[in-house]
Design a protein around this ligand. Structure first.
Ligand SMILES: [Zn+2]
Length: 335
């Protein structure tokens, strides 16, 4: 398999990795020929939800389907894969939000006749970014389904969607995979000497391993985040405040002194969001280790508190305009 295909939008490898129950359910829907108007794929980032959505659309439309699997070679499969199919619309957030105009485009898209596909498809990626207006507009589309079309909402935060939207979708939940499942799928195809380390760091999320394979820097930055997390948890308050100040200033474009540091807001958002995600992974690993060793009491309680606090702050970072430096300081004060 070529490098380009391997790292394209949908294709991690020829088939979705793991998620056999979910894929089996989707195959049944495809066989029954009674496709629900809307599906909601929920679960953490990088589990393979997008890949499963893409594969399902291919399965519905494949011109050479065999044994309930798509061929990956026909006009339909190739063009859905490359997102160039005229009957596919992919909606993503532009600057953190999905706006009403994008849902109006969806309405227009649905009103046209299918050009080549049996089932026209819309993917709304990061659906939790739909703003209120856009959600209300989408709700109308879901209430009045038109033609043979399938809308797939993909999200890591389904609770951000209106209950009325969720109730009109068939929800399919995705969970982190066992390490062995990712091992089996990727070791057969990849010979990167650091693959085992990548799978270990990915914490059950195959999409992350693919990102590591495509971008070595991403793995290095994850390792740096883990190192910082470890240092923070082993330090006293004063040291933690110094560490987090240094981390924050390291995000400055110009690497200047504290007074002159220029921090790009959107770049800092991405880096801090990633750091909090990595801190959560680190804390979950520590919690698992703690439980496996039969530890309980104070250490365990503290880890659970840290997890909750980090989740809350991550939520605040994503959903408000909170001062990022204050957020980080708050995090380390309470660790
Ligand atoms: Zn095909």
């Amino acid at each position: 398999m070529s490098f380009v295909i391997c790292y394209s939008f949908y294709a991690v490898c020829s088939m979705v990795i793991g998620h056999q129950t979910q894929w089996g359910f989707l195959q049944k829907i495809a066989t029954a020929g009674q496709t629900p108007h809307a599906l909601l794929f929920s679960g953490q980032n990088n589990l393979g939800k997008r890949k499963a959505a893409g594969d399902f659309i291919k399965l519905l439309n494949c011109q050479n389907k065999q044994d309930n699997e798509f061929c990956g070679q026909c006009f339909s499969c190739v063009n859905f894969e490359s997102q160039r199919h005229p009957d596919l619309l992919v909606i993503k957030p532009s600057s953190k939000e999905i706006k009403i105009d994008q849902i109006r485009d969806l309405q227009k898209f649905l009103s046209y006749s299918n050009q080549a596909a049996k089932t026209k498809a819309v993917i709304i990626d990061e659906a939790h970014c739909l703003n209120q207006e856009a959600q209300s507009c989408l709700l109308k589309c879901l209430e009045e389904p038109s033609g043979v079309a399938m809308i797939i909402l993909i999200t890591s935060q389904p609770e951000e969607l209106l209950a009325t939207i969720r109730s009109r979708c068939e929800e399919i939940k995705f969970y982190p995979l066992a390490k062995e499942v990712i091992d089996e799928a990727l070791f057969a195809q990849q010979s990167n000497p650091r693959l085992a380390e990548m799978i270990d760091l990915a914490d059950g999320r195959p999409g992350l391993v693919i990102s590591f394979l495509a971008d070595n820097k991403l793995m290095e930055s994850r390792l740096a985040d883990f190192k910082l997390a470890k240092q923070l948890l082993a330090s006293g308050l004063t040291e933690r405040l110094i560490l987090i100040k240094d981390y924050y200033l390291s995000l400055a474009k110009n690497n200047q002194d504290e007074e002159e540091a220029v921090i790009d807001n959107s770049e800092a958002f991405g880096a801090i969001n990633q750091f909090l995600e990595n801190l959560l992974i680190f804390l979950r690993h520590s919690l698992k280790k703690c439980l496996a060793n039969g530890q309980n009491g104070q250490a365990l309680t503290k880890l659970v508190q840290n997890l909750r606090q980090t989740e809350d702050l991550k939520f605040l970072l994503i959903n408000s305009n909170i001062n990022k430096r204050l957020l980080l300081e708050n995090l380390v004060i309470n660790l």
